[in-house]
Design a protein around this ligand. Structure first.
Ligand SMILES: Nc1nc2c(c(=O)[nH]1)N[C@H]1C(S)=C(S)[C@@H](COP(=O)(O)OP(=O)(O)OC[C@H]3O[C@@H](n4cnc5c(=O)[nH]c(N)nc54)[C@H](O)[C@@H]3O)O[C@H]1N2
Ligand SMILES: Nc1nc2c(c(=O)[nH]1)N[C@H]1C(S)=C(S)[C@@H](COP(=O)(O)OP(=O)(O)OC[C@H]3O[C@@H](n4cnc5c(=O)[nH]c(N)nc54)[C@H](O)[C@@H]3O)O[C@H]1N2
Ligand code: SF4
Ligand SMILES: [Mo]
Length: 876
């Protein structure tokens, strides 16, 4: 109990793969208060900005409340019968491979298990793939090639014990913030060295000893060079290499590569190799800068090769560490959610494995070959081979490469089912049948985080309307398709027991994944389950893998994979001279269906930006706050330019989060061609080629409103504020009547209008009031609008009569854009404190203002701010 009446419920954060424990306190009215669980081994009470703001993302207004068929509400009975009938008739007419499921690493293990069992065991097709194909597939492929299974050898404790942590293609500070804070705590104690390998200078570089800004895609060459240096310096661990095959061939391949393709200086390379070789306890963390590449699997193996050669694997403070993105990316791999895997780390294409699973499931049909991987799957949807598709817990019309083609493919498919918590997504809007799913705080199940820890997600509040858990919807469709006993699950605990028992069968084939110790877990025990790391058997519990030199290839040896540098698939050329990199922002989660509901999280970066180097911006005549158009061989996008030397000349960076709902011109995957890694099938999301030109609109606009507004211009970006919404806009078309346009935008005809209009100069300022209360204000100008945005956004819903000035009254300080999302502290407030109070460190700012003292993920930006002030002062 926590003093407020209702007990706190232990659960797990539904965002990233760190898998932080949360304590949820329902307020009895559908809301919840959220704090970090001090007892959870992933976070010990810490939460990042996204986890801390979870309470702001529950609520009913955005939710899908009942099943919809062709846009009309229908009963569950009608909707599910339709789904079962259409899948059954399509299979009867065109065979099992004419249908597919596209699922998600955010599903709970129990949901995922049922989906996979239904498709692979009972429909008899392997056409189930997941957004993990866009995320973890290269790591899976690399692990399997080296180890014989998809095993993450280490644990989070390794970050506490390492002396060197190398972040390769990982912006840990923003994407796994609680792990990053853990690393920084260890660094304070033992002086852990940190190296960042990333073409871009990221927030993770602020606390790093070295940043290697290599050329995109050149990681293989760098790690090959490292392997050769390991050998030259006599650092090879011969005893450990005796447990492996293929060292010589891998070394030959490594030596044949040319390090100059990395673009790094000889000194940087030498320093990095020296540090790596001379430090015994090294953890190499890698993420999407490695995986999302046409040489992603090779990058993974280049990293694994260096660890195998030195025997730095599976011992405290040592090892390669693929950090997972989604909360249950690991669980999805364990249940075999990918089109080329079988449940419990068994192989679909191995006849013995197949027979064992078929027997266990008592399954009528099992596919012999792997199914369509995500990119191929949507191509098959587009060309009519897939005739019925069920999309669950993912938004592919936004997140797949070649997103316009994917959107068109979904629109053209004869039968699309989408399960989501909201109908307001680019994908859900294309569904024939839309099914309301319960959200994370409304359902029970398990997830596995990056270090193999299985945690419970627990129901804290009731689902709104008719929403149901994903496993329940899937199981009922299974029953209605004629597989009554196989899908007769009454609870997630029942599914978990079956799954745990199946892992015991897999263990007979000598696989790593085994949770058979939980196969008899009672309902009560399942309810009370505390976080635990697999394997979980009567003889093994948690721990690390591979220190004993025992691997999962038939000869029990690991394999070195010989790899060679390969440039990204798309080549820059005069028409497309820039390399486009993409990635994540600190406070948004993917397609923003949840994080964009939080005003605090939306305040950090309320618009889609394109980061461009000052030299390139200068050459192209792009100034601060200008808009730019990106064009690639397959699509185009419009974003706001942000001029920064965090990107290299010739490179640009955009974030992945904007959608048809929030900024339609900035759906970045519309410009990204679908080139894939030949081994893993993972798309190259980080190395497209584009041209950049200044976008010249006839007008720029900025608006704030109390209720949702409906912008329609060439460029717009909408975000939440504490008082309603704010929008940036720009258009090419001449607007003759701005007052009429404002009424349309704010959805009112009756409001009282106050305006300043100067048509000759293209300036309009319009405020609409109802009962003296501001409901919307619009500012239009032929150049980027210059008003006090952070002040204006506080006015809707208030009796604000002075909005048209666009400025705060002189006595009201303007806090500036929010930097610390947890405490809502703006840049100007921090700058002011630095200058007036002479604060010199991030900690001092924390003491004075609390900024950066909760989740800590804004600390890198505060430190940047300090640096900029110090540099300015030094120059003065
Ligand atoms: N705030 C936030 N956190 C998240 C998520 C989110 O949406 N928002 N999503 C979660 C998910 S699903 C995932 S998968 C993870 C992803 O976590 P990360 O992989 O850390 O995040 P990204 O920003 O996608 O990419 C990481 C870095 O790769 C770099 N990079 C690009 N090309 C190369 C290259 O050729 N070599 C190298 N070495 N680096 C390169 C980019 O510049 C970028 O900084 O984040 C998880 N956490
Ligand atoms: N260019 C580029 N593209 C990328 C990436 C990149 O770095 N660059 N990263 C890729 C990666 S790593 C990933 S993981 C993907 C992520 O991309 P997506 O998976 O498409 O993104 P999300 O916004 O997480 O989509 C989750 C959907 O599930 C819904 N949802 C939430 N809770 C529930 C629930 O309980 N049940 C159900 N049924 N639905 C629910 C949400 O409303 C949302 O619509 O994007 C990929 N795309
Ligand atoms: S680091 Fe943040 S997003 Fe990730 S699990 Fe923890 S609280 Fe959630
Ligand atoms: Mo991901």
């Amino acid at each position: 109990m926590d003093g407020s009446g209702l007990p706190e419920i232990r659960s797990t954060c539904p965002y990233c793969g760190v898998g932080c424990g949360v304590l949820l306190r329902p307020d009895g009215e559908g809301g919840i208060a959220v704090r970090g669980d001090p007892e959870h081994p992933a976070n010990f009470g810490r939460l990042c900005s996204k986890g801390s703001a979870l309470g702001e993302t529950v609520g009913f207004e955005h939710r899908l409340l009942s099943p919809m068929v062709n846009g009309s509400a229908r009963s569950w009975n009608d909707a599910l019968q339709l789904v079962a009938d259409r899948f059954s008739s399509t299979i009867a007419e065109h065979g099992p491979d004419s249908v597919a499921f596209y699922v998600s690493g955010q599903l709970l293990t129990e949901d995922y298990y049922v989906a996979n069992k239904l498709m692979k065991g009972f429909i008899g097709s392997a056409n189930i793939d997941t957004n993990s194909r866009l995320c973890m597939a290269s790591s899976v492929a690399g692990h399997k090639r080296a180890f014989g299974t998809d095993t993450v050898p280490g644990t989070y404790e390794d970050l506490d014990e390492a002396d060197l942590v190398v972040l390769v293609g990982s912006n840990l500070a923003w994407c796994h913030p609680v792990l990053h804070q853990r690393l920084l705590t260890a660094r304070k104690k033992r002086g852990t060295k940190i190296v960042v390998i990333d073409p871009r200078r990221t927030a993770s570089c602020n606390d790093a000893d070295m940043h290697l800004a290599l050329k995109p895609g050149s990681d293989v060459a760098l790690f090959n060079h490292l392997l050769a240096e390991v050998y030259e310096s006599g650092a090879v661990d011969a005893d450990f290499v005796a447990h492996t095959n293929g060292f010589d061939t891998a070394l030959d391949a490594a030596r044949a590569d040319v390090i100059s393709v990395t673009g790094l200086s000889d000194t940087q390379i030498a320093e990095f190799c020296k540090l790596w070789i001379n430090t015994e306890k090294v953890v190499t963390i890698y993420s999407q800068g490695v995986n999302q590449s046409t040489s992603g699997s090779d990058k993974v193996n280049a990293i694994l090769n260096s660890h195998l050669a030195t025997g730095r694997i599976g011992t405290p403070g040592c090892g390669p560490f693929s950090v997972t993105g989604q909360p249950n990316a690991m669980g999805g791999r364990e249940v075999g959610g990918l089109a080329n895997m079988l449940a419990c780390h068994l192989d679909l294409e191995n006849a013995d494995h197949r027979a064992a699973v078929r027997h266990f499931w008592n399954a009528p049909a099992m596919p012999k070959a792997h199914g369509l991987k995500a990119v191929d799957m949507f191509q098959a949807v587009g060309d009519g081979r897939i005739k019925a598709l069920w999309i669950i817990h993912t938004n592919p019309a936004v997140s797949m490469p070649d997103a316009d083609a994917v959107r068109d493919a979904i629109a053209s498919c004869p039968f699309i089912v989408v399960s989501d918590i909201t109908g307001a997504t680019d994908t859900a809007r294309l569904a024939d049948v839309l099914l309301p799913a319960s959200a994370w705080a409304e359902k029970d199940g398990t997830v596995t985080n990056s270090d193999r820890t299985i945690s419970r997600q627990r129901k804290a509040i009731d689902a709104p309307g008719q929403a149901r858990p994903d496993w329940d919807i899937l199981a009922e469709v299974g029953r209605r398709m004629g597989f009554a006993s196989a899908f007769d699950f009454a609870s997630p605990a029942e599914i978990f027991r079956e799954y745990a028992a199946l892992s015991g069968v897999a263990e007979q084939f000598g696989r790593d994944f085994d949770v058979s110790g939980l196969s008899k877990i009672s309902d009560v025990h399942y309810d009370d389950m505390t976080p635990q790391r697999w394997p979980i058997t009567p003889t093994r519990q948690g721990g690390r893998f591979f220190a004993d030199g025992q691997f999962y290839h038939p000869d029990r040896k690991a394999r070195f994979v010989p790899v060679r540098f390969k440039p990204p698939a798309a080549k820059t050329e005069p028409r497309f001279p820039f390399r486009l990199n993409t990635g994540r922002l600190r406070d948004q989660w993917h397609t923003m269906t949840r994080t964009a509901l939080s005003p605090r999280l939306s305040a950090h970066l309320p618009e889609p930006f394109l980061d461009i180097h000052p030299a390139d911006a200068g050459r192209l005549g792009v100034g601060t706050a200008d808009l730019v158009r990106l064009t690639s061989p397959i699509g185009s996008a419009i974003l706001r330019a942000r001029i920064t030397d965090s990107v290299q000349p010739g490179h640009v960076f955009a974030s992945i989060h904007w959608t048809g709902e929030t900024a339609p011109s900035a759906r970045i995957d519309a410009v990204i061609a679908a080139a894939t890694d030949p081994v893993s099938g993972q798309p190259e999301s980080k190395a497209s080629v584009v041209s950049v030109t200044r976008f010249e609109p006839a007008w720029y606009g900025f608006a704030v409103s109390r209720d949702a507004m409906k912008p329609t211009s060439d460029y717009w970006a909408l975000s939440r504020t504490a008082q309603g919404y704010r929008a940036e806009m720009a258009g090419r078309a001449f607007v003759s009547d701005w007052v009429a346009e404002a009424k349309r935008l704010f959805g009112t005809q009756s409001a009282k209008v106050a305006s300043v209009l100067d048509p000759n100069r293209g300036i309009a300022r319009i405020a609409l009031h109802e009962d003296g209360v501001l409901i919307g204000a619009l500012f239009v100008s032929p150049t980027p609008v210059s008003v006090m945005r952070d002040y204006l956004q506080t006015l809707p819903g208030q009796k604000a009569l002075d909005a048209l000035s666009g400025r705060s009254p002189a006595d009201l300080p303007n806090p500036g854009p929010v930097l610390c999302a947890c405490f809502g502290i703006g840049i100007n407030t921090i700058l002011d404190a630095i200058e007036t109070e002479g604060l010199m460190t991030v900690d001092a700012i924390g003491e004075a203002l609390s900024a950066g003292t909760n989740c800590g993920s804004c600390r890198p930006e505060i430190s940047d701010l300090l640096l900029s002030v110090k540099t300015r002062e030094a120059a003065e």
